[in-house]
Design a protein around this ligand. Structure first.
Ligand SMILES: [Zn+2]
Length: 684
């Protein structure tokens, strides 16, 4: 597309059945925000749009569970989510919600236009039904085995394991999520979007038209979908929560949440345009508008196949220029999960790291799951903060500001002749906005964040090489030039860091006492960003070191979550067959003391023990090496089954067995007397 006149940037509508976590931020909202902020800085006309997705079966289900109305659920989470976005500087031009009047009207009209144009198939078909709950089962109301990957807990509309989207009737062994019953089938009428009819269009538009400019992960997924063959998808549901189907005789039916949610981008744009005195249609219907959808990979099918087919069928709308979907972010090696509480919640993060939004924004960008799933670890978070933000960016700025205040009372000095190095540095500064911008425009936000850090590195290196704190004793005039150049780098950083680190950029602009309106172009065009005689303010720390104990606390918090999850999921084995007392008395269990312990060579699990069991001192091989080191168990009293037939384990004869149990963290524990007793005492 040749230079677009305006940009419509959408960020996936978060679902209001829980707060948002770092995975959402990394996958969608931070990259979209960097993109929007950058475009504004280069003077573009931008509508950055999102809102809460408040329909769908999961909302009334959650409401039922909590014993409240669906409205209470959506109000609660819409509030929490909206606040998190505000707190993290996500600069939406409008954040709406799909329960709003304007959205109900927009989605209804959209459906009606398509209906009148004959774009739907009307079909009475057999759907899964839960007689006890008196409800049809679709989407999240039904779970069963995924027909594609065999995952046993797949939802009715999409499999969380392989991402496949399907119809509820495709599930193998379906079960009602409300009652657990096996559903019956019952006939009901629905409207279907014949995706097969749009296959040719999708092939031409994406498979041929966007082969080069779409991310391989997105393109590949679309290709496999289209090549598998598309089938009609129902766009209505039998449900009492959502947007009523605007047709006669459609009582008790609502639009499918995935039909109405993307239309939420349009209604949110309308809401914004009305408030700002703009024409919303320019942002959705004009060919010289560039539209970009930011989403996570689980939404690719909806944004690249279903929504474009709807827009095309409707006829009045433009199509997205790109859908730069991200892969998933994991947390400390495990998949982020709302239900398992395996997450870093944004509202909790801010309580524990107040005013450090930029650190999280930076870490999530520098480590963004752009081309493959990636892992967030607290150690890496600490390293990114301490080694990059503090040691490079913050350290450079701090030295420049402190020295300028010390030498010149905060007044930018008049430079003398520039050395070759000075000229080089001043010329290099001007290249950064272009390089960073190019990466952003190609949706390579990790790369862009590293280029930003390179500019700070350049400043750090310049100061380290020029050593103004040493030169000041020999050549005061030279130091004026050095500080002048270093101040220009600082001002450039204040501008180009804004999309990534908006809070720190504002702080830095205040320290340097420069106008918020300094633009990307100013950095490229003007050598003088901070003129001589300009007064700057006192130094203030931009970033502060994160200590080991803060990180350990986070890791411990996650470990506690893991244990709680395991406890919750642990199934207690059923009781074994009844035995007689004589059966029990056959077991000769004695208390003994471990005298010696050593690892059995070439094994991971085995320890060879010498145990005094009162009767004698014997050798026992025990599979406990992953839970205990040899040193820590010497002298411990344990329970030993002494009359177990001896057997050879890895060439060592084991004469008995130590009694053990499992702890919640997957380790072993000894079953032992709580007071010291004589070795050889029987356990009965
Ligand atoms: Zn699957």
């Amino acid at each position: 597309m040749s230079a677009p006149k305006r940009y419509t940037i959408t960020a996936a509508l978060p679902y209001t059945n829980g707060p948002i976590h770092i995975g959402h931020l990394a996958g969608v909202y931070v990259p979209a925000d960097i993109y929007a902020r950058y475009l504004r800085l280069i003077g573009k006309d931008v509508a950055y749009i999102s809102g809460s997705d408040e329909h769908g079966a999961a909302i009334p289900m959650r409401a039922k569970k909590e014993g409240v109305s669906p409205q209470v659920i959506i109000d609660k989470y819409h509030g929490i989510i909206k606040k998190s976005f505000l707190d993290f500087g996500i600069s939406f031009d409008n954040y709406s919600r799909t329960s709003s009047k304007i959205h109900h009207e927009t989605a209804s009209d959209f459906f009606t236009k398509m209906y009148n144009d004959g774009e739907f198939i009307e079909e009475v078909s057999a759907q899964l039904y839960d007689a006890e709950a008196n409800q049809f089962l679709a989407d999240r109301f039904v779970v069963g085995t995924c027909p594609k990957c065999g995952f046993e807990e797949s939802y009715g509309d999409q499999c969380e394991s392989c991402g496949t989207s399907h119809n509820a009737t495709d599930l193998i062994n379906p079960k009602s999520a409300i009652t657990g019953n096996i559903p019956t089938v019952k006939e009901t009428k629905h409207w279907f979007l014949p995706l097969d009819k749009h296959e040719d269009f999708l092939r031409k538009w994406i498979l041929e038209g966007h082969k080069k400019d779409w991310k391989p992960n997105v393109y590949g997924q679309v290709k496999s979908w289209v090549e598998d063959g598309l089938r009609p998808r129902a766009v209505t549901r039998d449900l009492d929560w959502g947007i009523p189907v605007p047709l006669e005789g459609a009582d008790g039916k609502v639009l499918y949440v995935w039909f109405d949610a993307p239309i939420g981008y349009i209604s949110s744009t309308k809401e914004w345009a009305a408030r700002e005195g703009k024409n919303w249609e320019d942002y959705w219907k004009k060919e010289d508008t560039k539209m970009v959808h930011f989403i996570g990979k689980d939404n690719i099918v909806f944004h690249c196949i279903i929504f474009p087919s709807m827009l095309k069928a409707h006829g009045d709308y433009i199509l997205p220029d790109n859908v730069p979907a991200n892969e998933f972010l994991n947390l400390e090696g495990n998949k982020l999960s709302t239900s398992k509480n395996w997450a870093v919640w944004l509202h909790e993060y801010l309580e524990e790291f107040p005013n450090q939004q930029d650190v999280l924004r930076y870490t999530l960008t520098a480590n963004a799951p752009e081309s493959k799933d990636n892992d967030f670890t607290w150690k890496d978070f600490q390293a990114k903060n301490n080694n990059e933000l503090v040691a490079i960016f913050g350290n450079f700025i701090n030295r420049v500001v402190v020295l300028t205040n010390k030498y010149y009372n905060g007044i930018v000095p008049e430079p003398n002749d520039f050395s070759e190095i000075d000229e080089d540095v001043l010329a290099t500064i001007k290249e950064f906005p272009l390089t960073i911008g190019k990466s952003i425009e190609r949706y390579r936000f990790r790369e862009a964040s590293q280029e930003l850090m390179s500019l700070a590195r350049l400043g750090n290196k310049y100061l380290a090489d020029e050593e103004p704190w040493k030169v000041i004793k020999l050549d005061e005039e030279r130091v004026k030039t050095i500080m002048y150049v270093a101040l220009q780098i600082s001002a450039a950083l204040a501008v180009v860091s804004e999309p990534f680190l908006p809070f720190s950029a504002t702080k830095l602009k205040n320290i340097l006492n420069i106008s918020a309106s300094l633009s990307w172009e100013d950095v490229t065009e003007n050598t003088v960003l901070l003129p001589a005689t300009h007064q700057i303010n006192k130094a203030e720390l931009l970033f502060s070191k994160i200590e080991d104990k803060e990180i350990e606390a986070q890791v411990e918090k996650l470990a506690a979550t893991k244990i709680a999850n395991e406890q919750e999921n642990k199934v207690t084995a059923p009781q074994k067959e009844t035995i007689e007392f004589e059966d029990f008395t056959k077991l000769d269990i004695r208390v003994g003391t471990i005298l010696e312990a050593e690892k059995v060579a070439k094994t991971k699990k085995l320890l060879k023990l010498k145990v005094d069991v009162g009767i004698d001192i014997r050798t026992i091989v025990s599979g406990i090496a992953e839970s205990f080191s040899p040193e820590e168990i010497i002298g411990l009293q344990v329970s030993v089954l002494v009359n177990l037939a001896p057997r050879k384990i890895r060439g060592v004869e084991s004469q008995g067995m130590i009694l053990m149990t499992d702890t919640p963290d997957g380790k072993l524990a000894f079953v032992a007397p709580t007071k010291e007793v004589k070795n050889g005492q029987a356990v009965s």
